[in-house]
Design a protein around this ligand. Structure first.
Ligand code: IPE
Ligand code: IPE
Ligand code: MG
Length: 239
């Protein structure tokens, strides 16, 4: 249920989530780490529904980082196949709910062609939807994103005196993506792990002990309540 104290007129426009703690969740129950990733699916879909219910326009979730390739090959393989199957199984449902699916991340490095194809299909299917945007950070690294943007700017011959924040933003993976208002990380880790470095310059950060597979829309609402109690100043002063 949406808490009565939640101010529907001050819902963050863009919420980002580091969906962390899947492995520990599984291990705590004597299961394989991969079971935790599978259990994260319900958490994700409940969070998407909850976000839509309160009118969040952008939800960006960290699904696979450029550093996650360091994991054992079986886990990497599982994650690739799991994300692929999730797209196949659930993109129509998201489409029916008017969700627009997008991706940020490095496309031309390591991700199997098959997975890229599924990603493109999901993006194409949902491209005209005007409900919430579910933005999936896949093979994503914040530093890689900035490097890729700089390379493209140079490639385009952008003149030095034309380079400002707006210009660089146009070269990020999704130039239409707004800055993040609220960043949530689950599992009690207090770090960014190379997520959205540029876009979180002025985000409110919220860390919760809840492991991702246990996260539900109520946890999202709690996070929004805390967000609404904060005083965002952006370097200035509020009256
Ligand atoms: C997050 O859960 C999912 C991915 C990184 C793909 P983890 O797999 O990092 O789970 P923990 O942090 O080891 O518990
Ligand atoms: C960040 O979590 C990446 C994702 C949730 C996809 P990690 O579990 O990979 O981060 P570290 O290794 O604890 O910093
Ligand atoms: Mg982790």
């Amino acid at each position: 249920m949406i808490p009565v104290a939640l101010d529907m007129s001050r819902v963050p426009q863009h919420v980002a989530c580091v969906m962390d703690g899947n492995g520990r969740w599984a291990q705590a129950q004597g299961m394989a780490r991969t079971e935790g990733h599978a259990a994260g699916e319900e958490a994700l879909f409940d969070t998407v529904e909850g976000a839509q219910e309160i009118g969040i326009r952008w939800l960006t979730v960290f699904a696979f980082s450029t550093e996650n390739w360091k994991r054992p090959p079986e886990e990497v393989k599982f994650l690739m196949e799991f994300n692929e199957s999730l797209l196949v199984r659930r993109s129509h449902e998201l489409h029916e709910r008017d969700v627009r699916i997008r991706f940020v991340g490095r496309r031309n490095w390591r991700v199997p062609k098959r997975v890229l194809r599924r990603m493109d299909e999901a993006v194409d299917l949902t491209q005209h939807n005007s409900g919430m945007t579910l933005n999936i950070a896949f093979n994503y690294g914040g530093r890689a994103e900035i490097i890729d943007a700089v390379k493209e700017m140079i490639d385009d011959g952008v003149q030095i005196d034309r380079i400002d924040e707006r210009t660089l933003e146009r070269y990020l993976y999704d130039s239409a993506m707004p800055d993040v208002d609220l960043l949530i990380r689950t599992s009690g880790e207090h770090r960014l792990s190379n997520f959205l470095l540029w876009q979180i310059a002025y985000s409110e950060l919220l860390f919760t002990e809840t492991l991702w597979p246990d996260f539900r829309r109520n946890d999202l609402y709690d996070a929004i309540l805390e967000y609404q109690a904060r005083d965002r100043r952006f370097g200035g002063l509020n009256p």
